[in-house]
Design a protein around this ligand. Structure first.
Ligand SMILES: [Zn+2]
Length: 282
């Protein structure tokens, strides 16, 4: 995307990337959570990514282009997301209840990431070969993982409206539609003790300079402190600079409550394992 529409303050202004990156830091911080795809038929939530340390140019992008938007292009990442959305819709069609598996392995083929998880995924093979009906795969998919849930939500699967029951920690059950909440729709409890944990998802707009707070796109009143968990998360998802966070999809299990002044919603992560970050590979 060369251009993006900025809707800050209720106005619609088109910026091209060359002008936008020349704005002052404070203007960039102000406008970046109000960007859209310039194709009016799409108008998907968009993001700004700064220039990388090793010289990749600054750019606009979006994780949510509609099908056929000429500003979005096909990529292995996009194809994986679409595939996951179809898989999730099939799970919803076939199951009334699933367990949530926070340790379901990442599907990214290149990932030799250092995680605590014992084994690698078996993306397609291993015994399910002869079934072209998908029956075998379905039987095993009694669990839903973070990556597949995130990808499917970003690609508009039925998960966000589904009545399917999702069990967490064999203790809590939720209807899917009550469990998955976009950051922009987060409803804070007055204090952390009263907050019921949920699965919040969306896109990261940007972080603070120290990369200790994440700010979701599409809302400017939500902050996610990650200082305590930062090393583990960044190591797992190979995040080294602020740009890596910009435009990343993410989902986390946590609690939403007001800060003391009631000016900002805080979403507190459950622990370092209960987050999945999908860095933009574009
Ligand atoms: Zn678009």
């Amino acid at each position: 995307m060369i251009d993006a529409v900025c809707t800050y303050d209720g106005k619609r202004k088109i910026y091209n990337i060359y002008n936008f990156q020349k704005l002052s830091n404070s203007d960039i911080e102000k406008y970046r959570q109000y960007l859209e795809c310039p194709n009016p038929k799409c108008a998907a939530e968009a993001y700004y990514r700064r220039k990388s340390v090793d010289g990749k140019a600054a750019c606009f992008g979006s994780r949510y282009h509609v099908q056929g938007c000429n500003e979005g292009r096909s990529s292995p990442q996009r194809e994986r997301e679409v595939k996951h959305a179809l898989e999730v819709d099939k799970i919803i069609a076939d199951s009334s209840e699933v367990a949530f598996d926070f340790f379901a392995a990442d599907s990214k083929p290149s990932g030799e990431s250092k995680t605590d998880r014992p084994s690698k995924p078996k993306p397609t093979g291993s015994g399910s070969t002869k079934s072209h009906t998908g029956a075998v795969a379905t039987v095993r998919k009694t669990a839903l993982g973070m990556e597949i849930a995130l990808n499917s939500l970003m690609r508009g699967s039925d998960l966000a409206q589904s009545d399917m029951i999702i069990a967490i920690d064999e203790k809590y059950t939720y209807k899917a539609k009550n469990l998955f909440v976009n950051f922009a729709d987060a409803e804070p409890a007055d204090n952390p003790k009263d907050a019921r944990p949920k699965m919040f998802w969306g896109t990261i707009s940007h972080s603070d300079t120290d990369m200790e707070w994440l700010n979701p796109a599409d809302c400017d009143d939500v902050g996610i402190p990650i200082k305590k968990h930062k090393d583990k998360i960044f190591n797992r998802f190979k995040i080294t600079e602020r740009r890596d966070l910009e435009g990343a999809g993410f989902i986390l299990f946590g609690k939403c409550f007001w800060n003391a002044q009631k000016t900002r919603k805080i979403i507190e992560l459950w622990n370092a394992d209960r987050i999945f970050v999908s860095v933009d590979e574009g």
